[in-house]
Write a protein that binds this ligand. Structure first.
Ligand code: ZN
Length: 81
């Protein structure tokens, strides 16, 4: 049985990681941190070039996040039409 303090730290660490992931990835073109729906596209870096994601930076809260492209999703962005 682990001491209580280690379990509490472990739970806080997991919650922190989940919150960080939640703020970093979104399935919609909307800032997951503040809900702003007109972020700027930015170039992807490093490993993200290999992943089906689009990089955005929120113009309101400066949160940098990735929109995950689902496999069933239309690869063309019709939002500009
Ligand atoms: Zn934001």
């Amino acid at each position: 049985m682990l001491p209580l303090v280690i379990r509490v730290v472990g739970v806080l660490l997991i919650v922190g990681i989940l919150v960080a992931i939640y703020r970093k990835f979104s399935f919609r073109k909307r800032c997951p941190a503040c809900g702003y729906d007109d972020p700027n596209r930015v170039p992807r870096r490093g490993i993200y070039k290999q992943l089906p994601v689009k990089a955005y930076v929120c113009t309101r809260c400066r949160n940098h996040f990735y929109k995950v492209q689902l496999l069933t999703e239309d690869p063309y962005d019709h939002s500009l039409v």
